[in-house]
Unconditional design. Structure first.
Length: 124
C-alpha cells in the first residue's frame, strides 16, 4: 500500500490530474469533471474497456446510468449494440472502464454499386 504525506497528492502519468489552462507549466489541477457519454454517441468497446469485449463491439449510447454506484473510473451505460451496417441488434446495459471507451464514427461498410438491368441488343 502506498502512503502519502498529509496534503500531498500523487502526480504523473497515472494520476487524475491535468495541466492548468493558459499554458501554465509545472502545475496541475484535479480532473473533477470526467467526460460523460451523451445519447447518440457511438462508442467502440474493446478489452481496454472491459475483459468481456474480447470481440470488440460498437454501441450507440442511450444514456449513462449514474444512479448505480461503481468503482472509481467505471460506469454503467445503456445502449444498442450495432452490427456492421450500423443497425441496432440488441439493447444492452454494460459496465465499462471510462478510460477504455473510444468514441468514433460508425465503420462504413463497403457497398456494391447498383446493378442496372441490361437491355438486349439485336444484331442484324
Amino acid at each position: 500500500m502506498v502512503a502519502f504525506a498529509a496534503g500531498s497528492l500523487p502526480t504523473g502519468e497515472h494520476s487524475r490530474e491535468r495541466p492548468l489552462p493558459n499554458g501554465t507549466k509545472g502545475k496541475t489541477m484535479p480532473d473533477n469533471k470526467p467526460e460523460t457519454m451523451k445519447a447518440g454517441d457511438v462508442i467502440h468497446l474493446t478489452t481496454a474497456a472491459s475483459v468481456q469485449f474480447l470481440r470488440p463491439i460498437f454501441v450507440r449510447v442511450i444514456r449513462e446510468l449514474p444512479g448505480r454506484h461503481t468503482y472509481h473510473g467505471w460506469v454503467w451505460i445503456e445502449g444498442y449494440q450495432l452490427n456492421a451496417a450500423g443497425d441496432a441488434v440488441a439493447r444492452r446495459e454494460l459496465y465499462v472502464m471510462r478510460a477504455g471507451v473510444r468514441r468514433q464514427p460508425l465503420p462504413v461498410a463497403p457497398t456494391r454499386p447498383a446493378r442496372r438491368p441490361r437491355r438486349r441488343v439485336r444484331v442484324g
